[in-house]
Design a protein around this ligand. Structure first.
Ligand code: ADP
Length: 406
């Protein structure tokens, strides 16, 4: 049993190979700068140590997948890609078509194509990944796993924006939500860790990475999430603004003369932590805070203030959740951010054990960071989106129920 997970960007192809029924990682790597004269190929052992690194011209994604195939064969991991049990693809936008993973066929490809206007940067690259994998290994079943699928359970009252309904009916303008693969993984792991039946499990989950979002899960189903039509809405992120007054957009257009594309770039690439303190990486921002940098501290305060607001709002939606989950690079590693988000929430039943919180980083298993007095548990659960894609791929291929896997 070998499952290859592919995550294609417009000029990159990330891959991870899982083997056996327990889906152990056997190799991973990345091809970057595809289409440029010096593409970079990196191939790693499961523990992250580099096996091989090359710099060569790789003109397109088809050539990139051939490189992956020959690396796996050269290092005697898989003779060639036709020997795989399946290939799982990360697809960012599944719109309203997909509520779970699906076996790729012509209809699925057409549906992913029709969603390109909703994810113009991601879906074309994800589709390219599917097409080159089909071309290179046509007999291997391919499964598409969607970032939006987990949130297809959220009710109309959350997913509709208060704008004319024809924008939803004719153009699909609604909240879709993202990070679904991560939420599916960490919420199931948390339920298992707390020995709760997933169908009765409720939580508030904060996925805090370069991209950041929150989700309210009740009885094992997403009932609200902070990202919307696109991954721009909601929390403050590395370079994205998250929630702003929508009137800021016409204000900037009229008063600063920026075009729609320039404003799009301003909000997606020059805002968030970067816009607030000139730096998007939380580690570096925390180092600046340690040297007494007020601007860096303010950026973290704004980041945490927004996340706290969502925790409060989602408490109202979930009732009393079983737990609050922190995940993503910041959620898993920054005790400073976790402490600021949970500060003075004792009255809601949320209370951290500061000593455990400060020691918790770089985990490979879930951990509790709340104190004995906390009526709501606070957990750090490391995410693993590739493993979730591999599991969902296997579940589609073998028609198995996933719940036992966590
Ligand atoms: P992505 O959304 O790109 O997958 P990640 O989940 O890898 O991002 O998260 C990246 C973020 O996590 C960066 O802001 C990084 O600084 C932050 N991060 C990683 N390790 C730490 C750490 N030890 N302390 C604080 N922040 C960290």
């Amino acid at each position: 049993m070998n499952v290859l997970v592919l995550n294609c960007g417009s000029s990159s192809l990330k891959f991870k190979l899982f083997s056996g029924h327990h889906l152990k990682v056997v190799a991973k790597g990345i091809v970057e700068e595809i289409g440029r004269s010096k593409s970079a190929v990196k191939f790693y052992k499961p523990d992250g140590s580099l096996i091989q690194q090359d710099s060569t011209e790789i003109r397109n994604h088809l050539e990139a997948i051939k490189v992956v195939s020959s690396l796996l064969s050269f290092w005697e991991i898989v003779p060639d890609l036709s020997q795989l049990s399946g290939i799982g693809h990360r697809v960012v936008h599944g719109g309203e078509f997909f509520t779970g993973p699906v076996l790729v066929d012509k209809k699925v490809i057409e549906q992913i194509k029709t969603l390109i206007p909703l994810a113009p940067l991601h879906n074309p690259a994800n589709l390219t990944g599917i097409q080159v994998a089909l071309e290179h290994a046509p007999q291997v079943p391919q499964v598409a796993v969607f970032d939006t699928a987990f949130h297809q359970t959220i009710p109309e009252s959350s997913y509709l924006y208060a704008i004319p309904t024809r924008l939803y009916e004719k153009h699909g303008v609604r909240r879709y939500g993202f990070h679904g693969t991560s939420y599916s993984y960490v919420t199931k792991r948390a339920a298992k860790y707390l020995k709760k039946n997933y169908k009765c499990f409720s939580c508030i989950c904060l996925h805090l990475g370069n991209g950041a979002s929150a989700a309210a899960v009740k009885n094992g189903k997403s009932m609200d999430t902070s990202m919307g039509l696109t991954p721009l809405e909601g929390l403050v992120m590395g370079t994205r603004s998250g929630d702003i007054d929508p009137a800021i957009i016409p204000f900037i257009a009229r008063n600063l003369g920026l075009s729609i594309d320039e404003i799009d770039s301003l909000l997606n690439k020059q805002s968030g932590l970067l816009g607030l303190c000139g730096e998007s990486d939380m580690r570096t921002i925390e180092q600046r805070v340690e040297t007494g940098d007020d601007q860096a501290l303010l950026a973290i305060d704004i980041f945490c203030h927004r996340a706290r607001k969502y925790v409060g709002a989602y408490m109202a939606l979930t009732g009393r959740p079983d737990c609050i989950i922190f995940t993503g690079g910041i959620g898993e590693n920054s005790s400073f951010v976790r402490q600021k988000i949970c500060q003075d929430l004792d009255w809601l039943g949320i209370h951290l054990d500061q000593s455990i919180n400060h020691k918790t980083k770089g985990l490979s298993n879930p951990a509790t960071i709340s104190s004995k007095h906390s009526t709501i548990k606070v957990l750090v659960v490391p995410t693993n989106e590739e493993l979730e894609i591999a599991r969902q791929t296997l579940a589609v291929l073998e028609h198995i129920d996933l719940e036992g896997a966590y």
